[in-house]
Design a protein. Sequence first.
Length: 244
Amino acid sequence: MKPECCMTRSVQPELLDELPPEDSNALHSRRDLERLNRWMANGEIVAKALLACSRGRPAKRLVEWGAGDGSYLLRLASRLKGQWPGAEVMLVDRQNLGTERVRSEFARYGWRATFVQADILEWLSSEEFQADVIITNLFLHHFRNEDLQTMFQHATQHTTLFTACEPERSAFSLIACKFLGLIGCNHVTRRDAEISVRAGFTNHELSELWPRNSEWQLKEGPAGPFSHLFVASNRGVSSEQGKI
């Protein structure tokens, strides 16, 4: 049984966000995060949730907030390409990390990828888009509650399915951070991991920030030993209108 969480949520700057993309410590830390994502099974958790909520209807347009270099969504594409062929994806991130290699990998799965460099709050305020699915992974914990409420309000206007996989804010997760050095994670990843857990979510905290609307079905809770899954699906609106 996991130890009970008694931490108040605390959002602090993370080292990786302040480092230049080409910094050697940043490169190492992004490799760490890719490995940790695999070990946390976030891709499997979200792919299963997406397929369950879509009920056999293939998604054609996907947007990822805080996409980084696209490696996470690429892993999702490898799992979903059979059920969702020919998807168009937009990857939004504050840093310009997209590469031709990643675009080519998406193309190999029959998906077309577009990278957008932008601050998410500014982008949401200025950009009109429509997507079948909005995906976030280890991203929402960077934001304070008032910003999350703004982001969620935009989400309700531009998609019918929203998923977020975040750190579970628990004593167990925090203890696990102490051992990341044993698996080769550098000092940036080790420090940021603890910050991420303290900024993570538990219980129904994300659901409480989602706009009140009876058309939205919300599911939230722990997923795996260290992750927290939030899924919002709207059964009353078709996402076939508009395009990214």
